[in-house]
Design a protein around this ligand. Structure first.
Ligand code: NAP
Length: 460
């Protein structure tokens, strides 16, 4: 028995040493890429027990290979504004991992885009896409282009220039981009049009998030927000709770936020606040979602306009203040690192019981630790927001089969996928000694699928 314990300690030490050494190497190689290091750190912390049980992953150098993108493309995007002035932006595509299928992940157009943000998003996508159980690898791309304030023609010219370069590197069986912040169906339409023109053929499966009237899947627009709420609801059910009569706060008022609010309301919750990058609104009667959709999806206006037609609501400048509003459930659906230590403590002080991450990495690692220490129910992004990419994979299937599922069929499939992701996370957390810990469960369950494929495919 004593010998066994010594062996166990040795195995554990070897696993810890391995994780530590690889992390030090990742830090050296990616110095100053804070978001990427934050994302890898969070994963590494979960994986220690896995290497203790599976030393073959150490022998195969899985972690070293998994943290180095297969390919990073950066390119110049020159375009002309309406006054014929030339602008140059930088384009990116990080093709991180193709063990499970073609690279898959969105394109983000936002001035904050840089190599670190692209790499963290593509890295997280590996685990998320694996969790969906669909045959998709992982990538992410975008540009530091700011679509705000640009005319429709300027957006079109930018998208055409961006795709002219990107088209050399993508294809339905190679890499299938989609939307993300700043890239919706309008941008996907322009990108697709340019790809079609350059290739001289109609390869519907090269992009997802297309308009349902020409090649897109019904239910894709709603999928990430609905999926986040379905996953959070599974977690609540486990503890005898539900969305019914709960007070909910959602950050952002973009694609993910709007459909998270819609599904939370459909499940009986009262959503009382949402935001954009300028500020937030509080409507204690419950947010009028049709008004938010009109402002954001149709008129492209700021959230502050809401109070003009809803005098009972308040608008407060400073988007981070949204976390000071007392609520039962918080759904961060805007951007990375929007909940820091201070916001986490404020949410807890005000009685929050559950967090469901709709955005990618919206909580800092310090905030994650605080939520865990206080026993807050936590649905991590890699699992909770995987509904979007899952329905993107369904769009690829429909494009390949040249048929179209109804919105109800897609939604039914989405529910099944979210339930199955939840079960995979619970199983993995149980198996590796942290029952109920969905952060660890999501990281490990996603990792195992990719690691096994990497081992099976040999060294590359
Ligand atoms: P989106 O439609 O462009 O919306 C983003 C929203 O967040 C906008 O309302 C934006 O406001 C707001 N915002 C940005 N920074 C903010 C801040 N610091 N505080 C408060 N609000 C802020 O983008 P999206 O597609 O919904 O994506 C949102 C998040 O979900 C991202 O993390 C994305 O990576 C993740 N995600 C998206 C999908 C998808 O299917 N779209 C799938 C998985 C994950 P402004 O209008 O003022 O900029």
């Amino acid at each position: 028995m004593a010998k066994l314990n010594v062996e166990n300690v040795d195995v554990q030490r070897r696993s810890n040493d391995y994780v530590h050494q690889v992390y030090e190497q990742v830090k050296r190689r990616n110095a100053n890429e804070t978001e990427f290091l934050q994302a890898t750190r969070e994963i590494f912390d979960s994986l220690r027990p896995v290497f203790a049980q599976h030393p073959e992953y150490i022998t195969n150098g899985i972690l070293e290979r998994l943290t180095e993108p297969e390919r990073i493309l950066t390119f110049r995007v020159a375009w002309e504004d309406d006054s014929c002035k030339v602008h140059v932006n930088r384009g990116y595509r990080v093709q991180f991992n193709s063990e499970l299928g073609p690279y898959k992940g969105g394109l983000r157009f936002h001035p904050s885009v840089n190599s670190s943000i692209m790499k963290f998003l593509a890295f997280e996508q590996i685990f998320k896409n694996a969790l969906t159980g669909q045959p998709i690898g992982a990538g992410k791309g975008g540009s530091d282009f700011d679509p705000k304030g640009k005319s429709d023609r300027e957006i079109m010219r930018f998208c055409q220039s961006f795709m002219t370069e990107l088209s050399r590197h993508i294809g339905p069986d190679i890499d299938v981009p989609a939307g993300d912040i700043g890239v919706g169906k309008r941008e996907i339409g322009y990108l697709f049009g340019q790809y079609k023109r350059l290739k001289g053929g109609y390869e519907a499966g090269v992009l997802t998030g297309k308009d349902p009237s020409h090649g897109g899947s019904l239910g894709r627009k709603e999928a990430t927000g609905y999926g986040t709420v379905y996953f959070t609801d599974e977690m609540l059910k486990e503890y005898g709770m539900s969305f019914t009569d709960k007070t909910v706060i959602v950050s952002g008022s973009g694609n993910v936020s709007i459909y998270a609010m819609e599904k939370a309301q459909q499940l009986g919750a009262k959503v009382i606040a949402c935001s954009d990058s300028s500020g937030y609104i509080v409507d204690s009667d419950g947010i009028d979602l049709e008004c938010v959709k009109q402002l954001k999806e149709v008129e492209n206006k700021r959230i502050q306009e809401y109070v003009k037609t809803h005098p009972e609501a308040r608008y407060i400048e400073d988007c981070s203040g949204v976390w000071s509003i007392p609520c039962d459930i918080a759904l961060p659906c805007a951007t990375q690192n929007e909940i820091d230590e201070e916001s986490a403590l404020l949410l807890i002080k005000n009685g929050v019981t559950a967090i469901g991450e709709g955005a990618n990495m919206p909580c800092t690692n310090e905030a994650l630790t605080i939520f865990q220490e206080h026993g807050i129910l936590f649905a991590p992004a890699k699992a909770a927001n995987a509904g979007g990419v899952a329905v993107s994979a369904m769009e690829m299937s429909q494009n390949s089969m040249r048929l179209r599922w109804t919105a109800e069929e897609v939604d039914d499939r989405l529910k099944v996928v979210m339930r199955s992701i939840y079960e995979s996370c619970i199983d993995a957390a149980d198996r590796f000694g942290k029952p109920g810990n969905l952060i660890m469960g999501a990281n490990v369950a996603g990792f195992l699928k990719v690691a096994d494929a990497m081992a099976a495919h040999g060294l590359s």
